[in-house]
Design a protein around this ligand. Structure first.
Ligand SMILES: [Zn+2]
Length: 134
């Protein structure tokens, strides 16, 4: 096995289990600075790498999302309920696209033009107003 560095190669403080960043030879704070700079100059490249990684590790990504939702809301169902209510209340683009495509399996959400979304949003808000007065 390769020997691990003892000191951070940037600020040369002693690396311990708590301040070492995974298997790098930098401390957490130096690694974060390095990544911040790296992402500023290589944003597109990084996004491409992450996109490929997510496509390759779909199961893992799903499990990470489930863990995150469970940690934040207590269960996956509660998390889904929360975001459904939120998007419905705010009439987001995603909600409108869903309303337009849910009855037609041939329609794809990203094919719907933005003008149509604006019109549908107005219709939804108008219908809500009418229901409030009825
Ligand atoms: Zn350091």
């Amino acid at each position: 096995m390769k020997n691990k560095a003892i000191n951070c190669r940037v600020c040369s403080i002693k690396l311990t289990a708590s301040n070492r960043n995974c298997n790098t030879s930098r401390c957490k704070s130096c690694y974060n600075d390095y990544m911040r700079e790296y992402l500023k100059t290589n944003k597109d490249k990084h996004n491409e790498v992450m996109k490929k990684w997510r496509a390759k590790n779909k199961e893992l990504v799903h499990q990470m999302n489930v863990n995150l939702a469970t940690k934040k809301f207590g269960s996956l169902i509660k998390s889904i309920t929360h975001y459904c209510k939120k998007t419905r209340h705010e009439v987001t683009d995603g909600y409108v696209r869903h309303r337009l495509t849910k009855h037609d399996p041939l329609l794809i959400a990203k094919d719907i033009p933005n003008d149509l979304i604006e019109l549908k949003r107005k219709q939804i808000l108008l219908t809500r107003e009418i229901k409030n007065y009825a």
